[in-house]
Ligand binder design. Structure first.
Ligand code: GLU
Length: 486
């Protein structure tokens, strides 16, 4: 066991966006580090030049920062184990590949793509469980190798996997894991372009960066036997492994773009709160052993443990995320919501409107229990920002009886006579008019709501009138009476 304070890393290959699975991996690493006074490192695994995407690293860092996953070492912030971009560490990998060749644990392979292709076809014909390199170049003599190198023949470096071995390792989540070495290919460690593959670079860096715990997605479990062989070949202590369960769509297929958004940036842009997304992602494969579902980052830090991560795949349930978003939104203070609403208004068609903080706070208080997203403080109640131009047809059919216009005009006159009305004043006005007209209050409330908001549902009636204000209410009743016809 490694006893020092933990050093963990998130090691994404920059694809242009941060996948929610990546966010989960980063979060668990972060929580584990914070819980144990450890260090959280960000390392960018960008050795696959074919996959280079302009601006990808910057996007990734931006998304991590947005989510509040601040790393202790990594690009932009630095640290003692840099550089933290693998593309800036190429000399290091070359040196370690040479060391393995020296020790007989790796070897040069000069096979042409044509030979590899026909080997693969041959093995497929024989119905072997998987295509594997046949170690042809392991048998080259020293002279042949020297001649090939001198002649500049294209080459790769391969790991020399000993046959008939059982490769064993322990994993905090998967427990004891074994792979038969006969099923492990002689993995390419250095490609013909001189760049290392993921496997070599990953192991070398985890060692040099003194990573104590490798916490990553289950899709990497089948790479781990190769990594274990590398640690052993170098004579290095292995880190502790923890492979996190797969993320699944509700139909239990692997989480994919086809079934919904997978980029953290998409959720951010759709208005999900970072607190809600972090809370949701934390529960994808972990629980504290009770039914608690609402967490802030600090709560997560204080109770997270790798031992409580499940093996079983975790279902990505969008409805739960929406529910958590609403829960987190409701827990925000009115002044936080005010700032968020103001910036949302700037993105909406009401950006040129002149709304006082007092007015917006009233909207917030009346709608807080009814919305799940900040933008719903606008979209579900546009009547606060502009007078309705349309009225819900179904509600007209149901509640707009022939005598309604006269009754509403009466009510309007009563309201117009009020001086600086409070909510209660509106309530009394309605009670008074309904008594005078001898109609139930309910008979007036629905058409009144329709007249001032265009809708049949919304916040409490008297809140609505109070927020809109006397003059606006009077104007809206007049307009509705003119334009609604049955
Ligand atoms: N570069 C790998 C990725 O993109 C890292 C896997 C690991 O953490 O070892 O996820």
């Amino acid at each position: 066991m490694i006893n020092e304070t933990p050093r963990v890393r998130f090691a994404p290959s920059p694809t242009g966006y941060l996948h929610v699975g990546g966010l989960r991996t980063a979060l668990y690493n972060y929580l584990f580090a914070k819980r144990n006074n450890g260090t959280f490192v960000l390392r960018i695994e960008d050795t696959d030049r074919n996959r280079y995407v302009e601006g990808a690293v910057e996007n990734l860092i931006k998304a991590l920062n947005w989510a509040g996953l601040n790393y202790d070492e990594g690009p932009e912030v630095g640290g003692n184990s840099g550089p933290y971009l693998q593309s800036e560490r190429l000399d290091i990998y070359k040196k370690y590949a040479d060391e393995l060749i020296e020790k007989g644990k790796a070897y040069y392979c000069f096979c042409t793509p044509e030979r590899l292709k026909s080997l693969k076809e041959e093995q497929e014909k024989q119905k072997l469980p998987q295509a594997k390199y046949d170690k042809h170049c392991l048998n080259l003599s020293k002279e042949e190798i020297a001649n090939n190198l001198a002649a500049g023949i294209a080459k790769v470096v391969r790991l020399n996997v000993e046959q008939n071995n059982t490769i064993k390792f322990d994993d905090i989540i998967r427990e004891h894991v074994e792979f038969e070495s006969n099923n492990v290919d002689d993995q390419v460690l250095i490609k013909s372009d001189g760049y290392p593959t993921y496997h070599l670079a990953n192991v070398v860096d985890d060692h040099l960066m003194k990573i104590t715990h490798v916490i990553r997605g289950e899709e990497w479990l089948s790479s781990t036997p190769k990594h274990v062989l590398l640690y052993d070949a170098f004579g290095w202590e292995r880190p502790i492994f923890a492979h996190l369960p797969l993320l699944l769509n509700p139909d239990r297929s692997k989480l994919s773009k086809r079934q919904g958004d997978v980029a953290v940036e998409d959720y951010r842009d759709k208005g999900y709160l970072k607190d809600a997304l972090i809370n949701f992602v934390a529960l994808l494969g972990w629980n504290a052993g009770d039914d608690k579902e609402f967490y802030y980052m600090d709560d997560l830090i204080s109770c997270f443990s790798l031992e409580r991560v499940n093996k079983a795949g975790a279902i990505f349930d969008l409805q739960k995320l929406n529910w958590l978003n609403a829960e987190h939104l409701r827990k925000k203070s009115d002044s936080e919501l005010l700032e968020m609403l103001k910036s949302e208004i700037q993105k909406s068609k009401f950006k040129n409107g002149n709304y006082s903080d007092k007015f917006l706070l009233l909207i917030i208080q009346s709608m807080k229990e009814r919305v799940s997203f900040i933008k719903e403080f606008i979209d579900t109640c546009t009547y606060f920002y502009e007078a309705p131009t349309e009225y819900e047809q179904k509600a007209i059919e149901k509640n707009w009886k022939p005598d309604i216009p006269d009754q509403l005009i009466k009510l309007k006159e009563e309201i117009a006579s009020l001086n600086n009305p409070t909510k209660e004043d509106y309530e009394h006005a309605l009670a008074k008019v309904s008594e005078e007209l001898n109609v139930g209050k309910g008979k007036l409330i629905h058409p009144l709501r329709l007249a001032v908001s265009g809708q049949s549902t919304g916040p409490g009636m008297f809140d609505l009138l109070f927020i809109l204000g006397k003059d606006e209410v009077v104007k809206r009743i007049e307009a509705a009476v003119k334009s609604i016809s049955v």
